[in-house]
Design a protein around this ligand. Structure first.
Ligand SMILES: *Cc1c(COP(=O)(O)O)cnc(C)c1O
Ligand code: SF4
Length: 433
C-alpha cells in the first residue's frame, strides 16, 4: 500500500474521525496538554498503529497523544482554565512558556557534552560526546514524523530560534573529524535526520564520503521513522534513493547503523514496519534498537522480552534500554532505578543469548552512560552498584562504583557516592577534547 504523508497537530485534529469519537475528557486533555508539549501525529499512526477502541489503555496512544496526567495538576488547571475562559493567544502563550521553563527543557548541548571548537569557533550542531563518536544535528533533520510524549529533545521543536541546536556546516564537521583520529563514528541525530529529504541528506553524506576520512568507520542515523512512518523506506518518492545512499556508504567500506527508537513490540508488528526493516537490512545496513523504560508504555518485563525477541527475529540488534530523562512529562513516565533494574533483569533472564546484546537500565548523563548493575549488601547495608558503559574518561569505563541505596532515586543526580573513593565517578563536568 502506498501512502502520502499527512500530518496532524492541534489545529487540524478534528479532521480525524477516530479523534472525534474519543471521550470528551480525553479530547479536552489533548487540547490542554498538547499546548505545552509539542503534539504531532500522522495518518499511519492514526490508521494503522493506534488501538482506538482501547485508547485509554493503549501504549501507542500514550506514546503519541498527550493525556491529562502528563502535566502537574496546577499546570493543567491553569491552562485548562484559560482555554475554557477564552484567554487571548498572547496570554496563553506566556502561560505555556512559563510552564515549559519549569519542566526543565534541556538544550541538547548543555545536556550532552562540550562543543568542540572548530577553527577557533564553538560549533552549533556538532557535539563530540565520547572519544569515538561525533554527533551531527543537521538543520533539516530537527523534525519528526510524529512526536513522542516522552520526548527528551522537545526544546528542538518548541524552542526559540537560538535554542534550536543544529548545523548545515558539513565542512566544519569534516574538518573536525579529519583532525581527530580517535573519532570512528559520525552519528546523524535530531529530531529525526531521516525526516529530511534524501537529496538533502545525500548532500551531507556525499561530502563526508568524498573527504575520504580513513579512520572513519561508521555512519549512524538515529531515527524513529521505522515505527512512525515506515513508508519513508517503502513508498515515499525518495525511499529508494535513501536505500541507494546506504548502499553507497557501505560500498565505500563504511558501516551503516540505523539506530531505531522502538518503544513497544506493537510498533514492529505492522506489515509496513516489517517491510521497512527488511528493506533497510537488504542494503547491508544494520539496525540497532533502543528505548527508554516508560511507565504506562513498556513497564513490564514481558513487554521487554517480547520486544527483544521480536527485534532479533526481524534481524534488529537490541542495543540500549534507557532510563527516562529528567525533562518534560518525566513524572508520568519515570520509575525508580531499582524497579527499572528488576524489570531489566527479569526480561534479560528470559531471552536467549542473541538478545542479550542490550544494556540497561542505562542513564545517558553529561558524564556518560551509567548502568545500574546491582543492589548489593555492603557491611549489612544495601547499596547500588554502577558502572560507566561510556564516558569521555577512558580510565573509568567499566570500573564499578557504589552509590548510597535509595529506593526512590530515578536519575543519576538523585544518587550520592557511598565512599570517598566513589566521588570521582560523580564529577559534574564534561571533558574537553
Ligand atoms: C548514547 C550517546 C551516544 C552514542 O553512544 P554509543 O554507546 O556509542 O551508542 C553519543 N553521544 C551521546 C551524548 C549519547 O548519549
Ligand atoms: S523520535 Fe526522538 S526527537 Fe523525535 S519526538 Fe521522539 S524522542 Fe523526540
Amino acid at each position: 500500500m502506498s501512502r502520502t504523508f499527512c500530518t496532524y497537530n492541534l489545529n487540524n485534529l478534528d479532521s480525524i474521525r477516530q479523534v472525534r469519537r474519543l471521550p470528551e475528557d480525553l479530547r479536552l486533555a489533548l487540547n490542554v496538554v498538547g499546548r505545552v508539549f509539542p503534539f504531532r501525529t500522522n495518518n499511519y499512526m492514526v490508521d494503522e498503529l493506534i488501538d482506538w477502541d482501547n485508547a485509554e489503555t493503549d501504549p501507542i496512544f500514550h506514546l503519541n497523544f498527550p493525556c491529562r496526567e502528563m502535566l502537574f495538576p496546577e499546570h493543567y488547571d491553569r491552562i485548562s482554565g484559560m482555554v475554557r475562559s477564552g484567554a487571548s493567544t498572547n496570554l496563553l502563550r506566556d502561560a505555556v512558556q512559563d510552564i515549559r521553563h519549569e519542566l526543565n527543557p534541556q538544550s541538547v548541548h548543555t545536556m550532552d557534552a562540550t562543543l568542540p571548537a572548530i577553527n577557533g569557533r564553538k560549533q552549533h550542531g556538532i557535539v563530540h560526546s565520547y572519544p569515538e563518536t561525533v554527533l551531527f544535528f543537521p538543520a533539516e533533520g530537527q523534525m519528526c514524523h510524529a512526536h513522542c510524549t516522552f520526548c527528551f529533545r522537545w526544546l528542538q521543536f518548541v524552542g526559540e530560534e537560538e535554542d534550536i541546536f543544529a548545523s548545515t556546516d558539513v565542512e566544519s564537521l569534516i574538518s573536525y573529524v579529519s583532525q581527530h583520529q580517535e573519532v570512528r563514528d559520525i552519528l546523524f541525530t535530531g529530531g529525526d535526520p531521516l525526516f529530511m529529504r534524501t537529496d538533502i541528506l545525500a548532500g551531507y553524506v556525499d561530502r563526508i564520503l568524498e573527504a575520504d576520512i580513513p579512520h572513519l568507520n561508521a555512519i549512524r542515523f538515529g531515527t524513529k521513522a521505522i515505527t512512525y512512518w515506515p513508508y519513508r523506506f517503502l513508498t515515499n518518492p525518495d525511499a529508494d534513493a535513501l536505500l541507494v545512499l546506504f548502499e553507497k556508504i557501505i560500498a565505500k567500506g563504511k558501516h551503516v547503523a540505523v539506530v531505531a527508537n522502538i518503544n513497544h513490540p506493537r510498533e514492529i508488528s505492522t506489515d509496513a514496519a516489517q517491510k521497512a526493516i527488511k528493506r533497510i537490512r537488504s542494503t547491508g545496513a544494520e539496525i540497532r534498537a533502543q528505548s527508554p523504560l516508560l511507565r504506562h508504555i513498556n513497564d513490564k518485563p514481558e513487554i521487554w522480552s517480547a520486544l527483544w525477541r521480536e527485534e532479533v527475529r526481524q534481524g534488529v540488534v537490541p542495543y540500549y534500554q534507557f532510563v527516562v530523562r529528567d525533562t518534560g512529562a518525566r513524572h508520568y513516565f519515570a520509575l525508580p532505578l531499582v524497579e527499572a533494574l528488576e524489570i531489566y533483569r527479569e526480561a534479560y533472564s528470559s531471552v536467549s543469548g542473541i538478545c542479550r546484546t542490550v544494556r540497561g537500565p542505562c542513564m545517558s548523563t553529561p558524564q556518560g552512560k551509567v548502568q545500574l548493575i546491582d543492589v548489593q549488601e555492603l557491611q549489612g547495608e544495601k547499596t547500588l552498584l554502577l558502572h560507566y558503559i561510556q564516558t569521555p574518561f577512558a580510565d573509568q569505563v567499566l570500573r564499578t562504583f557504589f552509590a548510597v541505596y535509595d529506593e526512590k532515586a530515578e536519575w543519576f543526580t538523585d544518587l550520592k557516592p557511598l565512599r570517598p573513593e566513589d566521588a570521582s565517578f560523580f564529577r559534574n563536568f564534561s571533558k574537553q577534547f
